[in-house]
Design a protein around this ligand. Sequence first.
Ligand code: NAD
Length: 256
Amino acid sequence: MLANKTALVTGSTSGIGLGIAKALARQGANIVLNGFGDSEGPQAEIAAMSVQVAYHGADMSKPAEIEDMMKFAASRFGKVDILVNNAGIQHVARVEDFPVERWDAVIAINLSSAFHATRLALPAMRAANWGRIINVASVHGLVASAEKSAYVAAKHGVVGLTKVTALENATTGVTCNAICPGWVLTPLVQKQVDAKAAALGLSNEDAKKQLLGEKEPSMQFTTPEELGELAVFFCSPAGANVRGVAWNMDGGWVAQ
Ligand code: NAD
C-alpha cells in the first residue's frame, strides 16, 4: 500500500517509533530512522523487509540538526511523504522541584521538534498534494497526571499543533493526526516501573501491575505493534479525511 512512499520516524531506534517504522515498512514504505543508541540493529530489521532504509542521528532538541535531517531525507529519497513525530523523553518531579533544564529539554524534544519537522516537511507534501503527518502524543495530551508538568504541557501542545496543522491543510491531500497511547512497556516506561519498584520495595511484575492498576482499566500495556497499525490506517485511503483527531489507544484510561 505504501510502495514508493518514504516515511521519516523520529526517535525510532527503540520503542514505539521502531514499532511504527516496522509497520510502515511492512506496507512497503522506505524508512528514515532517527534516534540515539544502536541504529545498526533497527536498520537491519527494516532492511530485511525489502525496503530501503537510512538513518540520521539528529538531536531533536536542536533545530539546525532537524533541518539537516530533513535535507538528508530529501536528498536520499526525493521527499518525505509520511512524517511521524515520535521522539520524546520524560521527567518526573513536582512543579516546584522540576529542574529548569529538564523542562526546557522536554518541551524542545516532545513539542518544538514536531513543529520544526512539520514546517520543513509541509512544502514538499503540499507540492505533491499527498502527505501524512502523525504526531505521537499521549493520553497526557488529553488528561494530566501529577509530577509530569513538562510532559503534560508538551503533549497537550502536540495535540493543539496537530489540530492547527490539520486545519491549515484541510482542503489538500495532506492530513495530520495524533496518536495518544496509554502505558506502553518501552525503555521510557520501564524507568518508571523501576522507580516504583525501588520506592515501594516491589518486584518488577508487581510494580508493573501497580502502574497499570492506577490508570489503565484493561490492565494491559498497549503495544508498539498496535500503535503501528493505527499509523498504517492513517496512511491508508480510508484515512484520507481523518483530520486533526487525537486518537487514544489506552485500555480505557481516558474513558474514566
Ligand atoms: P523510548 O525511550 O523507547 O524511545 C524514545 C526514542 O526517542 C528513542 O529512539 C530515543 O533515542 C529517541 N530520542 C530521545 N531523545 C532524543 C533526541 N533528543 N533526539 C532524537 N531522538 C531522541 O520511548 P517510547 O516510550 O517509545 O516513546 C516514544 C514516544 O511515545 C514519546 O513521544 C513518548 O512520549 C510517547 N508515549 C510513550 C508512552 C509509553 O507508555 N511508553 C505513552 C504515551 C506516549
